[in-house]
Design a protein around this ligand. Structure first.
Ligand code: AMP
Ligand code: GLY
Length: 430
């Protein structure tokens, strides 16, 4: 089977790494990919959002399956687009249709969906510029802190946790009348603050049946001990020590099963990954957000723990035969540590020469690239999150330690990574 994977991050490198191991994968193309994915297949110089160029690539390269990594093409309707192109009728596409991708594309859409299906989530109201006065009156009587969310895609920046009523009122006004988050903030969801511990749960669905993938926890803050600014993700672990069997059973019966049943009942076409951003509050799971794709950096620990052939899994989802498969999970713990550019998530320099990329890694470690590009004299940095080191080991502590040691093989000016990924669980033996 010829496969085209869309995207360019560490998540896509991890997917490309796994897809290329399948004896069923004849040729893997990645659009646009990065220097890391070039080791797994052929990079095509096509942005993941250029629908026409992607369609042409499917025809030129006789692609049988398209796997969509990032959310933007999904929310823009790449799946619907590909399904209606002449000559591509039998193309398998992994990702939800445009309407179902609104679960990530619109927070108000996701909240209404959860309400319709009695899925536990924070209480909320939504407001637009025309209901600003009502919104302000509502905020005045909300308990603190208050969570404000821009409705649309805002590259992870559209959520504000306000510690005072005045702050919340100012921010609501800035979003609704000054376009603080652009079009994404034309509608604002005001949410009850949930105090708990977060984790990421992933299902692969064919629209009716689903299989659960290993769960993960990501570390979003730049500083050790979860301090400082939010980033795209500084590391991740899997399994998650507090996601015990009793808790996961609640996640399945109250969240995963009713979500997929709700999609099916509403006729929402969904083939692919559902990402449940959850929070555990007093032992009970609540949905913080849905994403219509895999997480980054969670994928870099989830994918290495999956024992199945990924092509088999994705094909079963696309052909609506997921009931014929079950997930085999590597019992080892996985940890990934993200190395970023100095200054990230603020301003940082690009073009720093990276050494050590070809150094032999310890058994169980895998290097995935994201913000890298080919320079005149080799691979150089090209983004905030540069690369990550994933390791599998008998315990979480060993997996983290191994990734940390393996990252010492890599060097570039300004290289920074957190040494404390998994810090709250360091004494646990998953
Ligand atoms: P989201 O983009 O919806 O995932 O929100 C980004 C982050 O904001 C989440 O990962 C949480 O850490 C935090 N957050 C979002 N909603 C809530 C909430 N209702 N209560 C507490 N924290 C939240
Ligand atoms: N790690 C969170 C995300 O991918 O959105």
């Amino acid at each position: 089977m010829n496969i085209l994977l869309l995207g360019a991050g560490c998540r896509e490198h991890a997917l490309a790494w796994k897809l290329s191991q399948s004896p069923r994968c004849t040729h893997l193309f990645i659009a646009p990919g990065n220097p890391g994915t070039a080791h797994c297949g052929t990079n095509l110089p096509i942005p993941a959002t250029d629908f026409e160029a992607i369609t042409n690539a499917c025809r030129t390269h006789s692609v049988d399956m398209v796997v969509v990594g990032p959310e933007e093409p999904l929310v823009n309707g790449i799946v619907d687009h590909l399904h209606t192109q002449p000559g591509l009728e039998s193309l398998l596409v992994i990702g939800p249709a445009k309407e179902a991708a609104q679960l990530e594309g619109s927070k108000a859409y996701a909240k209404a969906f959860m309400q319709r299906h009695s899925i536990p989530t924070a209480a909320y109201r939504e407001f637009t510029a025309s209901s600003l006065d009502e919104g302000i009156a509502y905020l005045r009587q909300c308990p603190l802190p208050i969570v404000l969310k821009a409705d649309g895609l805002a590259a992870g920046k559209g959520v504000l946790i306000c510690q005072s009523h005045n702050e919340a009122i100012t921010e609501l006004g800035a979003m609704l009348t000054e376009a603080k988050f652009g079009a994404a903030g034309q509608t604002v969801v005001v949410e009850e603050f949930l105090d708990g511990i977060e984790l990421s749960v992933f299902a692969l669905t064919d629209g009716r049946r689903w299989v659960l993938l290993p769960e993960a926890k990501d570390y979003k803050r730049i500083g050790e001990g979860d301090t400082g600014l939010n980033t795209g993700g500084m590391g991740a672990i899997s399994p998650v020590p507090f996601a015990d069997e009793a808790f996961m059973q609640k996640v399945i019966t109250r969240i995963v099963a009713p979500t997929i049943a709700g999609l099916d009942a509403e006729g929402l076409e969904y083939t692919g990954f559902v990402f449940f951003g959850l929070i555990k509050v007093n032992g009970e799971p609540f949905v913080i957000e849905y994403n219509c794709r895999l997480g980054d950096p969670e994928t870099e620990v989830v994918i290495p723990r999956i024992g199945n052939d990924l092509v088999d899994l994705l094909e079963a989802a696309a052909l609506k035969k997921l009931d014929s498969l079950s997930i085999r999970t590597d019992p080892r713990a996985a940890a990934t540590i993200m190395a970023v550019s100095g200054g990230y998530p603020g301003t940082f320099r690009k073009g720093m020469s990276i050494t050590g990329l070809d150094a032999p890694l310890p058994a169980g470690s895998i290097l995935f690239q994201a913000g890298t590009t080919s320079g005149a004299d080799g691979i150089v940095t090209a983004g905030g999150r540069v690369l990550c080191m994933s390791s599998l080991a008998p315990t979480l502590r060993e997996a983290v330690a191994q990734s940390r040691t393996a990252l010492d093989l890599i060097r570039y000016d300004g290289m920074y990574f957190r040494k404390d990924i998994g810090w709250e669980f360091a004494d646990d033996k998953p």
